[in-house]
Design a protein around this ligand. Structure first.
Ligand SMILES: Nc1ncnc2c1ncn2[C@@H]1O[C@H](COP(=O)(O)OP(=O)(O)OP(=O)(O)O)[C@@H](O)[C@H]1O
Length: 332
């Protein structure tokens, strides 16, 4: 059994306008020492999937399905038990480091905190360990005293502090929600390298949430493309990139600057985009949710919900008219 095994995860939220389906039947597996990219446009349900694993659901949410972590179902688990897992065996890194860091506490104290909380270390022991962790994430003590405050660091350095705090207790699973979106590309690559090192070197499982297929290609073993609260395509990252079956995945790929050949490009060249927007959950079609934006749409797409079916070994797509099994013919 995989470390994280999600089956039929659905989340509905009661809103003043009625109950809206946010996630519908998400299945995924993630093992130790592996990384999984969750990709899709804004509003597709990536963060909600992560928050469901953390047991951090908004008011009015109803969760069904199972989220097995190391064999135990997190759905319906008591808050007390979840608190023992969070920040300890399951940790999370968010997009904006300043929201995760307290501006009036030193970085050493903040990295030490989970060690005191979950491991029962004394202040002195935890702070000594914090120095080692800061060094581990590329903030050596000779230059980065644990007595510094977050605002004395750059954005990339702050994100390293957040990662140090997240890995302090040696989590089995790290969930990183857009961890590099707020950073420039060089720093982004460094943070991704750091996360990949933790997967390869320490056997951690990584769930990496991003809207950027380039990041998925670079940093993940497996990927799950989400669209409108459902899984559109899933498989090993290498397979999905080699044989993109879902028109949505191809649309995301074509919109990447590298894929479109626009960076650097002749003046005036425009990046292809997917027309339209992700449907609001309250108005999501019962049949294929991508039909209105799909270049391959046919009549049955508007009446039938495409099941997630195998399109290759360990590669699945939810499309009634998937692309044939060959590499995409996008301009280079
Ligand atoms: N508390 C809430 N009440 C009602 N709807 C919500 C709530 N939180 C999120 N949603 C809706 O759930 C859907 C999925 O949101 P989610 O944040 O998971 O998307 P996402 O793919 O992570 O997007 P982004 O990349 O912008 O973070 C969106 O349509 C969002 O508006």
């Amino acid at each position: 059994m995989a470390l994280l095994e999600i089956r039929g995860l659905s989340v509905d939220i009661a809103t003043p306008a009625g109950v809206v389906p946010i996630l519908e039947g998400i299945d995924l597996d993630l093992d130790r020492g592996r990384s999984l990219g969750l990709v899709g446009e804004s509003g597709c349900g990536k963060s909600m999937t992560a928050l469901a694993v953390m047991g951090l659901m908004p008011r009015g949410a109803r969760v069904s399905g199972t989220i097995r972590f190391d064999g135990e179902d997190l759905v319906g688990m008591s808050e007390r038990t979840l608190c023992k897992l969070r920040g300890n065996r399951i940790a999370m890194v968010f997009q904006e480091p300043m929201t995760a860091l307290n501006p009036v506490r030193t970085i050493g104290a903040q990295v030490a905190e989970p060690l005191r909380l979950h491991r029962g270390l004394s202040r002195a022991e935890a702070e000594a360990e914090a120095v080692r962790l800061l060094d581990r994430v590329g903030l050596p003590p000779a230059r980065f005293s644990p007595t510094l405050y977050p605002q004395q660091l750059s954005g990339g350095q702050r994100q390293r502090v957040v990662v140090a705090g997240a890995i302090a207790c040696g989590p089995d699973l790290l969930i990183a929600d857009e961890p590099t979106t707020a950073l420039d590309v060089t720093i982004q690559a460094q943070i991704l390298d750091l996360l990949c090192d933790l997967v390869d070197g320490e056997g951690m499982a990584l769930m990496l949430i991003t809207h950027d297929l380039g990041v998925v290609a670079e940093a993940t073993d497996e990927m799950l493309v989400m669209y409108a609260g459902r899984v559109a395509e899933a498989g090993s990252t290498a397979d999905v990139f080699a044989r993109m079956a879902h028109p949505y995945t191809r649309g995301l790929f074509a919109a990447m600057p590298q894929a479109a050949g626009t960076a650097p490009g002749p003046a005036g060249r425009r990046l292809p985009t997917i027309p339209g927007v992700v449907p609001d959950p309250a108005a999501r079609p019962a049949a294929c949710a991508f039909a209105d934006r799909c270049p391959r749409v046919q009549d049955d797409c508007r009446s039938l919900r495409p099941p997630l079916v195998p399109v290759g070994t360990g590669h699945r797509a939810a499309c009634l008219h998937p692309h044939a099994m060959h590499a995409p013919e996008f301009p280079r």
